[in-house]
Design a protein around this ligand. Structure first.
Ligand SMILES: [Fe+2]
Length: 301
């Protein structure tokens, strides 16, 4: 056949994948074509709109660098990242809830001793994070690895700053749980922050009158032998953006009460220089396997 009506065209394109050896690839390509063709038919997409979409996606790709992933950000603000998370984590069985990886994970961090200050002198209100990793029955998991990363007091990740190239990472670290499944570290209280708005995703946010803010949080990626890798955040109770996260990543169970404390020593017995905050949160891991997310960028540690 050399000439097609709308629906014959869709069927013909799907048929063109007939010889694809990988059955999953063949299935997904067919679904992509079906959805895209339906979209064009339902919207009577104009040439101008099609060109604008091509231009938008082109610029989204061109905005990506070794330290910036605009496509993940686009996936995040469209809710696709959370939907992929949802369909892959339907059964939690009491395990800690998952959420988006986000665009600022740059790969495994440097292994760091318990109690370390990962803020490296960056200004902010001191915070002590006390945590534990267990299985679903509450048994501690020794030797679990936890990557931690969060934004600074101004709402920026180290990888967004020019100083990253010369000074290396800050507000990032990796810890290994002790025999009782515990780990702890010092840092600063993170604040709510805007997703990057100086690229195509920012244009989308502005054109739709959405705000770009994410509620304050700390990212955790927990890995333990024999358990599903856990990608999650711990959010800070009371943040004004908890109900309208720009990337739809908040889950109630992930909101922690972060208390302001005045005791002269922190939980590990080290003196505090003034008031500090305590984030106490435990992670429950689900048995199984899974792919540990890898950053889609060529960043250094
Ligand atoms: Fe974040």
């Amino acid at each position: 056949m050399t000439q097609f009506d709308d629906h014959e065209l869709t069927a013909e394109v799907i048929h063109s994948f007939q010889a694809t050896p990988d059955p999953r690839l063949k299935f997904i390509l067919g679904e992509v074509v079906t959805s895209l063709h339906d979209l064009v038919r339902r919207t009577n997409l104009t040439f101008e709109e099609w060109e604008r979409a091509i231009d938008f996606l082109t610029r989204t790709g061109q905005t990506c660098t070794p330290l910036r992933q605009e496509f993940i950000l686009l996936s995040d603000v469209l809710g696709v990242s959370m939907l992929v998370d949802a369909v892959n984590h339907r059964e939690r069985e009491g395990a800690t809830e998952t959420t988006v990886l986000g665009p600022f994970y740059v790969g495994e961090h440097r292994l760091t001793p318990h109690g370390s200050d990962i803020s490296q002198g960056i200004a902010g209100e001191p915070m002590f994070v006390r945590s534990r990793v267990t299985d679903l029955s509450g048994e501690p998991l020794a030797g679990a690895e936890i990557d931690v990363w969060h934004a600074d007091d101004d709402g920026f990740y180290d990888s967004q700053k020019q100083s990253y190239e010369t000074q290396g990472p800050s507000l990032r670290a990796r810890f290994k749980t002790d025999a009782d499944g515990r780990f702890s570290f010092r840092t600063i209280l993170p604040c709510s922050y805007p997703i990057p708005t100086d690229g195509p995703v920012g244009e989308l946010i502005a054109a739709t009158k959405r705000h770009p803010m994410r509620p304050a949080h700390v990212h955790f990626l927990v890995k333990a032998q024999g358990f599903e890798p856990l990608v999650t955040h711990v959010f800070i109770e009371g943040d004004e953006y908890l109900g309208s996260d720009a990337v739809f990543g908040v889950k109630d169970e992930l909101i922690a009460k972060v208390e302001r404390r005045d005791e002269p020593v922190m939980p590990d017995g080290v003196p505090a220089s003034g008031p500090w905050h305590l984030m106490a949160y435990e992670f429950q891991m689900r048995p199984g396997t899974g792919i540990v997310p890898q950053p889609m960028m060529a960043a250094a540690e």
